[in-house]
Design a protein around this ligand. Sequence first.
Ligand SMILES: Nc1ncnc2c1ncn2[C@@H]1O[C@H](COP(=O)(O)OP(=O)(O)OP(=O)(O)O)[C@@H](O)[C@H]1O
Length: 608
Amino acid sequence: MIPEEDRRVGPREPRASAAEALSLIWRAASANVSAFLLVTLASAAAPIATAWLTKLVIDRLTTPDGAVGGLALGLVATGLVAAALPVAVQYLRAQIGRSAHLAATERLFVAAGRQVGLRTFEDPAFQDRLRLAQDGTGRIAELVDGSGGALGGALSLAGFVGSLLVLSPPMTAVVLLAALPALAAEIVLARRRSGVEWGIEQYYRREYFYSQLLTGVAAATEIRLFGIGAFLRARMIEERRSANTAVQRMDLRELRVQGGLTVVSALVAGAGLWWAVTAARRGDLSIGDVSMFLAAVVGVQASLGALTSAISGGQARLLSFAHYLAVVTAEPDLPAAPQGHAPRLRHGVELRDVWFRYSDDHPWVLRGVDLTIPHGRAVALVGLNGAGKTTLVKLLCRMYDPTRGQILWDGVDLRDIPPDGLRERISAVFQDHMNYDMTARDNIALGDLTALRDPARIERAAARAGIHDKLTGLPRGYDTPLTRMFVIGTDKDDPVTGVVLSGGQWQRLALARAFIRSDRDLMILDEPGSGLDPEAEHEIHARMREHREDRTSLLISHRLSAVRDADHIAVLDDGRITEHGSHDVLLTAGGSYARLFRLQATGYQEAL
Ligand SMILES: Nc1ncnc2c1ncn2[C@@H]1O[C@H](COP(=O)(O)OP(=O)(O)OP(=O)(O)O)[C@@H](O)[C@H]1O
């Protein structure tokens, strides 16, 4: 739970958001914004022009021989313009909204991609902001609306205040002063509401998580077998209830404040009525003056109300846009060297006294690891569950920086190498590899997008991973979607039915994705064979052995027979390298590697 004070919205946020939103809207749709301003001004001018033309027509009609044809035509034209303008305003507003939404969305995702590693994405508060930021980008069009509303409110307020001023300057001052607390209160309420919205975003995200579980395919089998649908549904509803309670509390607070303000305006209107009636009784005002006075008080109050709600609404939207601003200006989670290429690996990668924990609140995962992966050699890393093997891989790919110590790429600290350049030199199969709901071709080419132009390269990688025959046998071959979630392609008359692959087949695709990056300096294989059948695993390991020849690689596997021919094997235990050497050396040493290897070997022998 994030403390409420960390979610408070400061008074400077709307101002910064307004500047950013305006510049974004202008950059995204400058021509339409210019047209929108022109049309809005014309809308404001049309009634004035009509009033003037009407006056001129009446004046001419009361003078003999006054020609009114041109003026009457002018009246018809202003009437037509006044009728057409709202439609044009609506169209332009929608166009501006769409362009600004698109530009803001692109900028938001570019900014999210600027995060070098994973730390920011693992921060729930950032995730909340990210979701609200996406919401904020969709509300940019409302800002354009709000500005139009504020402009209209200001113009009609000016008209009514002018009329009231003629009748009673003191009463005008009272009406205007009575409106000030309402404006201040609405602004404070909007800020509070924004804080509440940020606070409850976590409930909505958890609700979304449960709803995805309940409606998606991924968890459908387990949910049905374990009969946990009702349980998950109850949790989902509970999250929504918690959010509703917080919103209801806010609504009640707003109700009390707005109720109080309504009473104040009624009192002011009542006082005004009392003053007008007594003034009429004294003969200071005519009956017509009284009716005009009342209409003006109601008009001023109504237009002030419209203006206030446009301002507070605009402020609410700007506060929601502040989340967008926070995300696009967020500092990267790790310091990154400027863009550029990383040097080719010539000597090796060295972890020097590497300590790591995921945060100050988490326990140490790595406690002084020293490990060298020499160029052209295969190093294997083994260890029990939770020993820190995958964590070490993530540090090598610079998803995090070591808390202490260094990782050196040919003697250069990874922190001094541009992250993109470094990753360009690495290929990997991750233990929790992704299965993309895309075509088979895309799934492989995502390893190196240049391969999209070279189908033969994709097929070679697939063949090396032992999945080529399977993919050619699919209804559309490599272009078959590997998903049942949606139809891929635009041919509505000939929709392509997707295919679901087995776990091991997905694993082969992940391998093919890594193989397509075969010219990289360092190959990381984190449990590449865990989902494969014994024959496939044997075959894949043999191929990987070929592939590893003279290449620098780091292999992680619980199947110790798969790592026995690595040049160097290191055992990671409780965050430290406790044994290392070749398979034979480690067996002779009789440590934990020898114990685990014999345990696995015995298991197989007993079964014979
Ligand atoms: N993102 C994370 N945030 C916090 N703790 C994490 C995170 N990822 C892993 N850990 C913790 O770090 C420790 C090491 O995890 P890691 O995945 O590196 O182990 P492993 O050796 O690869 O295990 P396995 O053999 O089960 O794959 C575990 O205790 C795990 O709970």
